[in-house]
Design a binder for this molecule. Sequence first.
Ligand code: CP
Length: 293
Amino acid sequence: MQHLIATNDFSIEQINNILQDAARFKNNGYMPALLRNKLLFTLFFENSTRTRSSFEVAAKKLGASVIHLDPSKSSTSKGETIEDTFVNLGAMHPNGVIIRHSSNEIPQALADMNMAPVINAGAGNYAHPTQALLDLFTLQEHFGSLEGKHVAIVGDIANSRVASSAISLLPRFGVKVSLVAPAPFMPIETKLTHYEKLEDVIDKVDVIMSLRAQLERHKTPIFEDYDTYASHYCITPKVLGDRDIIIMHPGPVMRNIDISDEILNDNRCKVLTQVTNGVFVRMAVLKMLLLDS
Ligand code: CP
């Protein structure tokens, strides 16, 4: 039984197959018979706009049925453990369970029970594998070969599962990753090149991947004043100039703190392309896990 907890669960060959399938889905549209009779549960213990709806759209485009279990209305709120919830869902024989949780370990722990394929839709600051795959697809769509391309990840890297997954996936495809953040947002240990100031690296990069401050993961407020933070890290026309750099962000964007209104409307900004591509990449992931494995 194959699960997707982190991108390292997939070989390069499998990831290339996902990228090729995603491109086919993007070019050819719906394949409503492919996952007919397949059943998926979605279980989101943290809020989501993009990932949950993208998985649901992807599943429906392939003909799968999706049942969403709202944790606030599930029996976990009556004290049932998440493992027991998962066992009971497993007893209904789904073809996959898509889960988001604040814990880094829960998706892997459920996968280890081998009741159903588990797809991690975001776990703590550990991993968000389908975000990394859709980012890889978006980069490949824009650049073709990624060998030697340079991505600067800017923002709250220490608390970001998007950063963790990008740092683990992108170098497997020849991409150099550098980190840009103030000290409290920088991982305590990193082997990657890192900078406190964006101006020290901006002329060397092809891509800026901006990240939101993960306020929900800060035990105490890190910055009182995000306007001061923004004056150093917000991607604005003044910061970007006329450089041929694409701007990415997983969303939700904190407007004028992460990226300015003007840059969100600039054609170098790929934020909505990432969302569009997320559906096709998740279609390809579902095909791989539910049909090809
Ligand atoms: N990119 C992302 O995970 O967004 P959501 O939190 O809206 O799913």
